[in-house]
Design a protein around this ligand. Structure first.
Ligand code: SF4
Ligand code: FES
Length: 389
């Protein structure tokens, strides 16, 4: 029996009953016009034919509100590929959920943004890949993507909706972080989330091409500090040092099964968007169980709740209820065991694995491996081609 198999029984007696979840990430579809090399969705993407139907999503939104959820984040893939998105936003509003759209800004061709506003959408998070359109399009794997994103941001601003820009940063765009900050200001964003790549799912395949150098990271951190000072009252910048250069891990998702629910396009309920890749778990489906029974009773949610499941050094660490032992998905991606201390922690016996990864990434930038739903990876695009396939 593996250590993971032994965990459920060991932890079951000491699992605390959680508070209701605060937010639901509704992954409406894995379909997406972009092919970002850092995508953290699972390697096996769900096809459109396997997605939940409208009535089921509406029932789930009602159940989420009854459970105590306050916010729903419509995400994907690209959530606007779903023709029923306006109906889902309208239903979320009717049951009292604050609705946020997390989008690439490349909308389905026959969807008007105004339809989402009329349906009651309250907030938009728009991803950008770079400030430079040529590199942005190359990273997104879609020529013309940046121009569409800028036009979409103007629509959000004209509609008067609050806008957050999401910038995933890595080795092949980090030098232009100051320009990305300026672009977010120009687009009228009230918040900029500068997020370093999380290396699981497809992103792990591209880790050597994405992991920044220490020098890049130091310059970026200084640029954020200076911009935060200069932009006080104009735009908030969220920024956390990446795990691969950290001494202590992040409190991933605020702790496993403590604050967030994630529902996959096919209806699986997960504690985080990347958990589906973890072996030895049965993640329940909204097709078979209520959201409340899954949140409070599912073994997959209870397995890493509280502190009883933790190994040493977490078990006797004073930070165990601050970072909750770090990220389970990162522990699995790096060690093959989701129940180990996150190697991002300098106290972890596996911390040296990050030294190895950083060493590998000190070679010249390598090509991206792009993904396509339902097909083989697209052929690698070189930085020298400017993203033209
Ligand atoms: Fe967090 Fe565990 Fe590291 Fe302590 S030992 S800082 S609880 S990951
Ligand atoms: Fe799954 Fe961190 S992403 S626990």
């Amino acid at each position: 029996m593996s250590a993971l198999d032994e965990q459920p029984r060991a932890a079951a007696a000491a699992v605390p009953r959680p508070a209701p979840p605060l937010a639901l990430l509704a992954e409406l579809s894995h379909r997406c016009p972009l092919q970002c090399p850092y995508c953290s969705n699972p390697l096996e993407l769900e096809r459109g034919s396997g997605e939940l139907d409208t009535a089921t999503w509406q029932r789930v939104l009602s159940e989420a509100a009854a459970l105590g959820v306050l916010q729903v984040h419509f995400s994907g893939g690209e959530p606007t590929v779903r023709p029923d998105l306006p109906a889902l936003i309208r239903h979320a509003g009717a049951v009292g959920l604050y609705s946020n759209l997390i989008t690439s800004g490349i909308l389905r061709h026959d969807l008007r943004f105004g339809e989402l506003v009329e349906a009651g959408l309250e907030h938009v998070q728009l991803s950008i890949q770079d400030a430079d359109p040529r590199n942005g399009d190359r990273i997104a794997g879609l020529p013309g993507a940046q121009a569409k994103k800028l036009a979409f941001a103007a629509e959000v601003r004209d509609a008067g909706l609050p806008l957050t820009i999401n910038a995933v940063v890595h080795r092949q765009n980090l030098e232009s972080l100051p320009e990305m900050i300026e672009l977010a200001v120009r687009l009228g964003a009230g918040r900029l989330e500068v997020a370093h790549v999380q290396y699981y799912g497809w992103a792990l395949i591209n880790r050597d091409a994405l992991l920044p150098t220490r020098e890049q990271l130091d310059r970026a951190t200084a640029a954020v500090a200076a911009s935060r000072e200069r932009l006080k009252g104009v735009m908030v910048i969220d920024y956390v040092v990446p795990d691969y250069y950290a001494k202590r891990p992040k409190s991933c998702m605020g702790g496993w099964g403590r604050q967030f629910l994630n529902i996959s396009p096919a209806g699986k309920v997960l504690p985080c968007h990347a958990a589906e890749q973890l072996p030895g778990f049965v993640f329940p489906s909204v097709k078979e169980s209520s959201l409340a029974s899954i949140w409070y009773e599912a073994e997959a949610f209870n397995r890493f709740r509280g502190t009883a499941w933790m190994p040493e050094p977490c078990q006797s660490c004073e930070r165990r209820e601050i970072d909750w032992g770090g990220c389970r998905c990162q522990a699995f991606a790096l060690t093959g065991d989701a129940a180990r201390t996150d190697p991002a922690c300098a106290l972890s016996p596996d911390h040296h694995l990050l030294d190895v990864a950083r060493q590998q990434a000190s070679e010249p930038a390598s090509h991206f491996v792009y993904r396509r739903i339902g097909g083989a990876p697209a052929r690698p695009l070189s930085p020298a081609t400017g993203g033209q396939p």
